[in-house]
Design a binder for this molecule. Structure first.
Ligand SMILES: CCCCCCCCCCCCC/C=C/[C@@H](O)[C@H](CO[C@@H]1O[C@H](CO)[C@@H](O)[C@H](O)[C@H]1O)NC(=O)CCCCCCCCCCCCCCCCC
Length: 674
């Protein structure tokens, strides 16, 4: 062990040196194979302490391998690590500039310290003892302090666009997810039953998840590469962090991207007060089989005297199993959504040409025609054609499922139509848990329009949300029929949630989406092969009779998991609506009340990772806006969204309670964890 001092020492440096000396004596006694070198370099131009320290630290690698001993070298303000001391000449496995990372001492484990570049990279390491950690802390801290002052690296880090940071952290997330998924496969294989049988269903599911995560990893990497090549700054700047986990070049073209993936953690820009007038939306019509929908007419939701809680007429096609052919291009409409000009810019690179064209068409007032030949079973956007010369007048609009005749029912501007009361629902929500405090009475009321600008917003801007343009929602799911819930309507309502998964910040939600859409498909297939089974209940009971209801491929299992996922969504939205600022807190609370009970530690770990990738509340809200130039930061928008969410939640709850009761009555709920 060598300790070496050069030139002047500050008090701090002296302390560090003394601590290390003390440490070295201890280590010599303990015969720890470690080398410490501390050198202090000082010059008149640049007063800098160069701390050199080497040794073994345990580094958290992944869920498969856990903590692994690695050889770390701190030199010249950079901490690098190698597989072993012998490997030093073969290049480091990763490195981190101390100037730009935070050093975090673990609150419980006195051997552990974390090096974190916020939102980007983390090293979790452990010393061999508390004293060992102490030595490293001193060395790392001194190095950081010394290099922070004049660090060019810091400037680099500051200059690094948020999008790029966010992408990098996503990539790391996918690595973690991949490791967890591999671990899950390993577990499945090791838990082979006594008769030597492997759970092939589970294995297939896990490998599909891995496939999806790989695809999204590559898609994100692709985004990174595009950003790098489009940003002159990046050509010159060298990254302050090297990590062998990130491959150097894109490997797959865009076509591998999951549909609609990737938004960015970008705070929505407060839109200009001189926003695009509503006139540009006047002529936007979404053609459906036999109906047209003008986005601008959605303003009537604000001003219509009809309560949004009034019973929703069952959709005309809901009784017709063939009605799916008429499915509108809902996903296309959402794909054209640009929550803010900033988001529009940042997401443009990930939009397909078709989506971009759609978006342009919407903003230019062209007419969108959804092809009725699109396969209804697909959750992806149907083929959409563009035409600018459709002369059909808009006839009516579905607002939260209620067909409103435009113009006719519009009360004076500024009055709230979403006031509480008037709930004529035949089957009022019978919530199994506490109701969210009502925001309906407050929505868009003049009391809340604090100033003239907000008031103008309410008058001038049509606020159309993800929820209000849903062609089929849970509002349309009838729960009063003796026969049960029409599978077709229920599946439609579920399908219409899917685009929201893509709008969440991270493709970390790809596995979640896959699971959700996979379950929709299972029920769909069940119905295709048994067209006489129109309701969920009929399908399930037929499986119970056949004794197939316990199979993981059964509709019984698929509906059960859809129910659980929807319960999570319901609770999550309730949390959001009750004012919690932190999305991760909303998600964690919702998770604790729902899915967590059915998840083992591995999937709980996946949740913990996924939840970190949630966007900011503002971004999430912005994603809920449909149409361009919506001021998603206005109180008016927030109130409208909240009332839409509340109504969505109420109907969702009604449907869930009905399914829940059925499972309970037939003892079909299962408590085992996955
Ligand atoms: C706000 C978002 C927070 C994110 C929370 C995500 C929760 C992640 C939990 C980890 C998911 C891992 C993925 C898969 C897990 C599966 O193993 C598990 C079990 O699968 C089931 O196995 C059965 C056999 O054992 C099989 O028969 C069945 O088919 C199969 O499904 N599945 C699950 O645990 C379900 C996870 C789905 C979670 C859905 C969360 C939905 C998040 C939606 C976010 C959107 C929020 C806004 C909504 C706005 C709506 C309009």
């Amino acid at each position: 062990m060598v300790l070496r001092n050069k030139k002047k020492e500050t008090k701090k440096e002296g302390e560090g040196r003394r601590a290390l000396k003390k440490k070295s004596r201890q280590d010599e006694k303990d015969e720890v194979r470690k080398i410490y070198v501390v050198s202090v370099v000082s010059s008149s131009t640049c007063r800098r302490m160069t701390t050199i320290m080497e040794g073994v630290l345990l580094k958290w690698t992944n869920y498969l391998s856990g903590w692994q001993p690695r050889w770390f070298i701190l030199d010249n303000g950079v901490l690098s690590y190698y597989k072993s001391q012998e490997d030093v000449n073969n290049g480091c496995k990763g490195s981190i500039k101390m100037a730009v990372c935070d050093i975090v001492v673990h609150p419980h484990d006195n051997t552990r310290l974390d090096l974190i570049i916020p939102g980007e990279q983390h090293y979790y390491v452990k010393g061999s003892s508390a004293q060992d950690r102490q030595s490293w802390l001193i060395a790392l801290g001194s190095s950081k302090a010394s290099f922070s002052e004049s660090s060019a690296a810091k400037k680099e880090a500051d200059a690094m666009p948020d999008q790029m940071r966010s992408k990098k952290s996503e990539l790391r997330l996918y690595c973690d997810l991949l490791m967890q998924q591999v671990h899950s496969i390993k577990q499945t294989l090791s838990s082979t039953s006594e008769d030597g049988k492997v759970d092939l269903d589970k294995l297939n599911e896990s490998s599909s998840l891995i496939g999806a995560t790989c695809d999204t990893f590559i898609a994100t990497l692709d985004d990174c590469m595009r950003m790098v090549s489009n940003t002159p700054m990046f050509e010159a700047a060298h990254q302050h962090v090297r990590d062998s986990a990130i491959p150097a070049s894109p490997t797959k073209p865009n076509t591998h991207r999951l549909p609609g993936t990737r938004s960015t953690i970008t705070r929505p820009e407060k839109s200009s007060k001189h926003r695009q007038s509503t006139s540009s939306l006047d002529s936007v019509k979404i053609h459906r089989a036999g109906s047209h929908q003008s986005l601008n007419e959605a303003t009537s939701r604000m001003v219509t005297p009809t309560s949004p809680l009034s019973p929703a007429p069952p959709q005309t096609n809901s009784l017709d199993p063939g009605g799916r052919q008429d499915k509108p291009s809902y996903a296309s409409v959402l794909a054209s959504n640009a929550p803010s000009s900033q988001d529009a810019k940042t997401s443009s690179s990930v939009k397909s040409d078709q989506q971009t064209a759609l978006s342009k068409a919407v903003s230019e007032g062209l007419t969108l025609s959804a092809s009725s030949s699109s396969p209804s079973s697909s959750v992806d956007a149907p083929q959409t054609s563009l035409s600018s010369n459709n002369t059909d007048p808009p006839k009516s609009i579905l607002i939260n499922g209620n067909e409103k005749h435009s113009q006719e029912s519009a009360p004076p501007k500024g009055t709230s139509s979403v006031a509480a009361g008037g709930d004529g629902d035949k089957s009022p929500p019978t919530s199994s848990s506490q109701q969210t405090p009502s925001v309906l009475s407050a929505a868009a009321s003049s009391d809340d329009l604090e100033n003239m600008d907000d008031y103008k917003d309410a008058i001038d801007e049509p606020v159309v949300t993800f929820f209000s343009v849903m062609p089929t929602s849970f509002q349309h799911v009838d729960t009063t029929s003796e026969e049960g819930i029409l599978a077709e309507t229920f599946l439609d309502a579920c399908r219409n949630i899917v685009p929201m998964f893509d709008k969440l910040n991270s493709t970390a939600f790809a596995p979640v989406k896959m699971d959700f859409t996979g379950n929709i498909k299972k029920v769909e297939q069940k119905q295709e092969s048994n067209p006489e089974l129109l309701t969920l209940q009929a399908m399930i009971l037929s499986e119970v009779e056949a004794g197939t209801h316990r199979l993981s491929s059964s509709a019984t299992s698929a509906v059960l998991w859809l129910k659980r996922s929807l319960e999570f969504i319901r609770e999550f939205l309730r949390e959001c609506n009750s004012g919690s600022e932190e999305m991760s807190v909303c998600a964690s609370n919702a998770y604790g009340r729902t899915l967590k009970n059915y998840h083992g530690w591995v999937v709980r770990g996946v949740f913990t990772v996924a939840v970190k990738a949630l966007p900011y509340r503002e971004t999430f809200m912005a994603h809920m806006a449909v149409g361009e130039n919506v001021d998603t930061t206005s109180r008016h928008f927030e109130h409208t969204l909240m009332s839409d969410v509340e109504m969505f939640v109420q109907h969702l709850d009604r449907v869930l309670v009905s399914i829940h009761d059925f499972y309970l009555k037939n003892s079909l709920d299962r408590s085992e964890t996955v």
